[in-house]
Design a protein around this ligand. Sequence first.
Ligand SMILES: [Zn+2]
Length: 285
Amino acid sequence: MTKYLIPSLLSLLFVLVVITPGQAQDSEIRMYVTSSGTLELDQGWLTAMTNHGTRIDIPVPMYIIDHPEGLIVFDTGMNINVVPDHGEEYWGPVAQAFTPTMTRDQGIDEQLQQIGKTTSDVKYVIHSHFHLDHAGNINMFPNATHIVRKAELKNAWWPEQFQRAAYVLDDYKNTRNFNFIELIDDLDLFGDGTIELIDTKGHTQGHQSLIVRLPNTGTVILAADAAYMPENLQGTIPGIVWNVEEAMNSIERMKMIRDRENGEIWLGHSMEQFQTRRLLPEYYD
Ligand SMILES: [Zn+2]
């Protein structure tokens, strides 16, 4: 009897392991959080019609997700050329409105090195949008697949006049031959729900946010510039917007997903919230 029981138990184990790979894989996802230095600006840029005249320091978050299907970077921060002079030379006059403070080791390449990776290990670079504090170092990833919304690419190359200042063409003028996935829809990147890109237009024409579903941490919605500050979730219009109605709809969309999945919205530029994060080399899983 035992002679037959053991092989059947073994084959049952085999079936369990082979048929349900999801859990084994999920536990291998690690999400690292870091910041590309800080930006100093008038808070009125973030919370319309309130807090004007108060200059504050905000974080510039970047995320590295080590997933079994490939290494992902979500936003590449501010171009490393802003390091020597607070962006005066590289960004020009806009550096007076948005003043960067960054050290060289806060570049996404050196942040990757701190967890034993290089820029060439990165399979996917997901861009929330192409503003100067989000896609600054796209050039460091010539061999990756870049995922951006088609509307964002078009607007980055020829922005509306009133949105032009925050796009630095030098950041991406040499990327025409890069491998882009130009999204017009939401995307479940690996088909397993762990990494989902959602349309959150409003801040710009082609803004997107990233949902990361982690086995232990749960659902995290990386808002990027779809919601900068806690006030934006309470109805205060984000200061810099392409379209107010779309921006507010996108905030409602994120809140619905948050509530449905008992998740969290990680704001784009809240120092108060960012200071509660575990930072690289620690991670969320
Ligand atoms: Zn932006």
